[in-house]
Design a protein. Structure first.
Length: 95
């Protein structure tokens, strides 16, 4: 199988594993459980912009703005997307 790119990362034989999150509700709608699950994923792939974004967004939704900020900054450095940018702007306006 030849390698291919997902979200700016190469996937295939010889590449670092890439986790694709399933779109289900394993956290049963509980943001604290979701935060624990994404923290475990970030521990495994600490440079993944998408995982960092989700970690920051969950903290933002929990109104833990000080903890959300470093995750969102690091995510934005890896993938300058508008959703992350909007959350960072919101953090500036909230503080």
């Amino acid at each position: 199988m030849s390698a291919f790119e997902i979200n700016g990362r190469m996937v295939g034989e010889g590449c670092v594993p890439y986790i694709v999150a399933e779109g289900c509700d394993n956290h049963m709608g509980d943001l604290d459980v979701a935060k624990e699950q994404i923290d475990k994923a970030v521990d495994k792939l600490p440079e993944d912009p998408f995982l960092l974004f989700i970690a920051g967004k969950i903290r933002f939704l929990l109104k833990d703005y000080d903890c959300a900020k470093p995750f969102l900054i690091k995510s934005y450095e890896g993938d300058k997307n508008s959703e992350c940018e909007n959350l960072l702007i919101s953090l500036v306006l909230l503080q």
